[in-house]
Design a protein. Structure first.
Length: 135
């Protein structure tokens, strides 16, 4: 498991090739394995269960592509922390104390299944995330 300085610094790594072979970017959005300590304290499930949501080793599989002429993007944090393949505001209102903005997508099938931008399934209790009052 990686642990960069400052836990999530950097949150992702972009590797550009010295010479582009084709306009293709290899992306690894779900192979991150840096679990912030506060996240682990708040989690209701163990590390083995959290790690099952990773696309393990995908970042290593595409890691050498920049030397072959293709750009790569690898996210360092796990999808069980934040899923970067979701809308920014695809949020479960039961996870927040206070109201979400009206533009939040709170009714998607992914949110209903606990798989919004901040996954809810098994990891946080209702109201665990506080939101600053709007004003």
């Amino acid at each position: 498991m990686n642990q960069p300085i400052g836990e999530l610094s950097p949150p992702f790594v972009i590797a550009e090739p010295a010479s582009w072979r084709a306009p293709i970017i290899f992306n690894s959005p779900h192979s991150g394995s840096v679990y912030p300590s506060e996240f682990l304290k708040a989690s209701r499930i163990d590390m083995a269960a959290l790690r099952r949501s990773e696309d393990s080793f995908m970042d290593e599989l595409i890691g050498g592509m920049s030397e072959l002429g293709f750009a790569t993007v690898a996210v360092n944090f796990p999808r069980s922390y934040v899923d970067v393949n979701r809308e920014p505001y695809e949020l479960d209102p039961r996870m927040f104390s206070g109201r979400l903005p009206s533009f939040a997508n709170t009714r998607s099938m992914r949110v209903a299944g606990g798989l919004g931008t901040i996954p809810a399934s098994g990891r946080r209790r209702p109201g665990d995330i506080s939101r600053a009052p709007s004003g």
